[in-house]
Design a binder for this molecule. Structure first.
Ligand SMILES: C[S@@+](CC[C@H](N)C(=O)[O-])C[C@H]1O[C@@H](n2cnc3c(N)ncnc32)[C@H](O)[C@@H]1O
Length: 199
């Protein structure tokens, strides 16, 4: 499958199911610039990172490499198969795959996370799910910890979910009850916005 077809497979069936929609087992891997993302995230030794909606966990593995066994990476997704595979592949590492829903209370300890990474997941949430995600994010994040959100641009692109369920960076600032810090392009059609948990 070429990149474009794969891309459409990846994000094309992004249709709202009632107010929410589900996209399981997909990956944004070939469309995002990992180097830019990792540079901007500036992960430090000993940190605890949550890759929420991790899919195949490719970024959780990158985070783990940077931490070099000094911290911990939770790779969380409700997709049973994805988490089962990830568990097999990450045995003996500092990655803990968790089958869970980030819009509900997770088994992760409160105030334990330095960075929540949410890549191409948020646009699939209903309003209620976003509210509940933010409650869970607030419960998990340490003071001054960060939430990094990657989303597809809210403009015509050759693939991707319907425009009306996408978020612009400005809309994210309205929705996310954390302090916006950095906005960076991380792929031809994608941006990453980083928020900080400042009271
Ligand atoms: C488009 S994929 C992105 C996967 C990965 N973050 C990436 O960038 O490649 C969206 C992922 O979000 C997961 N997801 C959907 N609803 C979720 C929820 N409520 N909590 C956590 N993950 C969820 C899906 O199972 C899927 O793996």
């Amino acid at each position: 499958m070429d990149k474009e077809s794969n891309l459409s497979e990846t994000l094309k069936d992004e249709k709202p199911v009632s107010t929410a929609h589900r996209h399981r087992g997909k990956t944004s891997e070939s469309f995002l610039n990992k180097d830019i993302i990792l540079k901007e995230l500036d992960i430090l030794p000993g940190q605890t990172i949550l890759d929420a909606g991790c899919g195949n966990g490719y970024m959780a593995k990158e985070f783990s490499k940077i931490l070099n066994n000094t911290g911990k990476v939770y790779a969380l997704d409700p997709d049973t198969e994805a988490i089962k595979t990830l568990k097999q592949k990450t045995k003996g590492t500092n990655i803990e795959p968790i089958e869970a829903d980030i819009t509900q209370t997770t088994p992760i300890e409160g105030l334990s996370i330095d960075l929540i990474y949410l890549s191409t997941v948020l646009h699939g949430f209903s309003e209620d799910q976003i509210t509940n995600f933010l409650l869970e994010a607030k419960r998990l994040l340490k003071p001054k910890a960060r939430l990094a959100i990657i989303e597809i641009q809210k403009q015509d692109t050759p693939f991707g979910p319907p425009l009306d369920i996408r978020f612009s960076p400005e809309e994210l600032k309205e929705i996310i009850n954390l302090t916006p810090k950095t906005l960076v392009e991380v792929g031809q059609y994608f941006y990453m916005q980083i928020f900080e948990n400042i009271e």
